[in-house]
Design a protein around this ligand. Structure first.
Ligand SMILES: [Zn+2]
Length: 403
């Protein structure tokens, strides 16, 4: 009976945390109404969350003539670290439970040498942990622009020239962090989750425009992974099997050869042009192209129009197959949204530009890293100096940061 009560308490704490995250700040009465719990149940749970440093008071509200204390998530209380890997550079993003980004750091790196990339990812992780030294940290998730096997912690990504790279083991060995707090996932999946976090519609397709083109699909509120973690590899849907160019995967006429960043840049400018310079940040390269398009440069506009048309052809396949409520285009599609997103018409399905930029996957990774705490807030220890509550099991959890 005791174990059952404890389990129920963790579930209820998680429910309150998620309700505050979605709708806070809220009064006790509003939290009870929003979570479906009674006010009597909510009160001790809120004390518990406050003792763990997860919530704080945020002024008062007056409902039906009675003043009520507002509660909100405490900014910076717990952080999640998201790492991202792209050909030529790496990044780290740190967010807290409120979704606020505390840190975004990037570093150039020869990512085609996996051991070297792991060294630098470990370095970025150590720096991020130092930056958030005052907060508890929940975990580290690496966004992979390719296939991520979450069971083995290994990644395969054609564009990075990675094959079965042991990312989780490699990071654990280099940082000394516990393997239970390290994870990997596909970048487009993570970006879809980040989009879903800002607008939780049940059926969402996120399409990432970069060197690789991949989709993250949420159907009936659940991320679609497929039998072998390959769902969403839509860049390799063959749209032009006879006349198309050969893809990095070896097949002819993949969608990626029409709408991938390499094909787009090639169509925009000759190879010596600065937009091909990998040392320039992607954002900068896109802003150069935006300026050219706004000035009416014929070659840039032609490339944009052709890409928009090829994008539309592939999106119609996704729309027919999945009937999403919303399609979100990210990466370079969003950076050039006036030409690549605005013209898209997919029946009644709205097509919008992501606001999360090229780092949407890293943002999703940082959020995914927070999931341990969102699923069970009791992994965060009770802070010293807070009044003890009626729990016989609390003592075991007080050492270290997040257990
Ligand atoms: Zn392909």
């Amino acid at each position: 009976m005791q174990a059952q009560t404890e389990g129920r308490r963790e579930v209820n704490l998680a429910l309150l945390l998620r309700t505050l995250r979605a709708r806070g700040p809220l009064s006790r009465a509003q939290l009870a109404a929003g979570s479906g719990l009674s006010k009597a149940t909510v009160s001790p749970l809120l004390t518990n969350l406050e003792q763990r440093g997860l919530t704080q008071r945020a002024g008062t509200t007056t409902t039906q003539g009675r003043p009520g204390q507002l509660i909100r998530l405490r900014p910076g209380a717990v952080c999640g670290i998201g790492l991202d890997v792209h050909p030529g550079h790496l990044g780290a993003t740190v967010t807290d439970l409120t979704g606020e980004v505390h840190l975004r750091r990037q570093a150039g790196c020869d990512t085609s040498a996996p051991e070297h990339a792991l060294d630098q990812l470990a370095d970025l992780t150590r720096k991020a942990l130092m930056d958030v030294a005052t907060a508890d940290w929940a975990g580290v998730t690496v966004a992979i622009p390719g296939r991520a096997d979450r069971t083995t912690g290994t990644a395969t990504a054609t564009r990075l020239r990675w094959r079965d790279v042991a990312v989780v083991d490699g990071l654990a060995a280099r940082t000394g962090l516990p393997i239970t707090r390290l994870d990997i996932d596909n970048e487009a999946n993570l970006a879809a989750c980040a989009e879903h976090d800002t607008d939780p519609v049940d059926n969402l397709v996120y399409l990432h425009g970069d060197h690789s083109v991949a989709a993250g699909v949420i159907a009936n509120g659940v991320l679609v992974r497929g039998a072998d973690n390959r769902a969403g590899e839509v860049g390799h849907v063959v749209l032009d099997p006879l006349g198309g160019t050969y893809c990095a995967c070896g097949t002819r006429g993949c969608w990626e050869t029409q709408v991938g960043l390499d094909a787009f840049l090639h169509a925009c400018a000759p190879l010596h042009d600065q937009v091909h310079n990998p040392e320039l940040a992607q954002g900068e390269r896109m802003s150069i192209l935006r300026t050219r398009a706004e000035r009416g440069d014929a070659r840039t506009l032609d490339a944009l129009h052709r890409t928009a048309a090829a994008l539309s052809a592939g999106l119609s396949v996704l729309t027919s197959l999945l009937n999403p409520q919303k399609i979100v285009l990210g990466g370079y599609f969003a950076a050039l949204q006036d030409w690549l997103v605005a013209p898209q018409k997919q029946g009644k399905t709205p097509v919008t530009a992501s606001t999360l930029g090229f780092a949407a996957g890293a943002r999703g990774a940082a959020l995914a890293a927070l999931r341990r705490v969102l699923d069970d807030p009791t992994v965060v220890p009770v802070k010293e100096g807070t009044p003890k509550q009626d729990s016989p099991h609390e003592g075991a959890r007080q050492e270290g940061t997040v257990a």
